[in-house]
Design a protein around this ligand. Structure first.
Ligand SMILES: Cc1cc2nc3c(=O)[nH]c(=O)nc-3n(C[C@H](O)[C@H](O)[C@H](O)COP(=O)(O)O)c2cc1C
Length: 147
């Protein structure tokens, strides 16, 4: 779709990303480069939030050597093997922000040719215990990925 006044090369970018993004199960056994993680977190920082409160927190876990513990969050091997897990948290009334932030991060990961996946059906109690989710926040979604 052509959008008027959009610079050449940019106009199809969103459509391309949306079509390219797919849930990914396979993982490669390599770390996620710092600059790619920074790019993804920067995409999160740029999101619009209600009253610009940025009322969400992201807990980033480098999972190398912790696969066994990660399995307590979500019991699948492909989850435990992911090099990075990001837990997006918010007070329950700010849950909408989390939807936006996760979608943006997954698109940013897709742009970097990284696989990422939403995980909603994880063990909240295990997430609180293992990831240190603050008492007043709910762990709403995990993103697993990304290489
Ligand atoms: C809010 C949300 C929660 C999800 N939770 C899980 C989950 O707990 N486990 C899982 O394997 N996939 C989960 N998914 C991934 C979906 O199953 C997947 O995105 C959907 O089947 C469409 O496939 P696609 O992402 O390849 O287009 C979730 C997706 C969304 C948007």
């Amino acid at each position: 779709m052509h959008v008027a006044n959009t610079p050449a090369g940019v106009q199809d970018c969103v459509a391309w990303l949306v079509q390219k993004r797919r849930r990914v199960r396979s993982v490669e056994d390599r770390a996620l480069e710092d600059e790619k993680l920074t790019y993804i977190l920067e995409a999160a920082r740029m999101i619009p939030t209600g009253a610009n409160r940025q009322a969400f927190q992201l807990i980033v876990v480098q999972t190398k050597g912790r696969g066994g513990k990660m399995k307590r969050l979500y019991g699948q091997d492909w989850f435990a093997g992911a090099p990075i897990v990001i837990c997006a948290c918010a007070a329950p009334s700010y849950g909408l922000n989390v939807g936006i932030v996760v979608d943006r991060m997954i698109l940013a990961a897709t742009e970097q040719d990284l696989g990422a996946r939403w995980i909603g059906a994880f063990d909240w109690d295990a997430a609180r215990e293992l990831l240190g989710v603050p008492e007043e926040l709910a762990p709403i979604v995990l993103i697993r990925g990304m290489t």
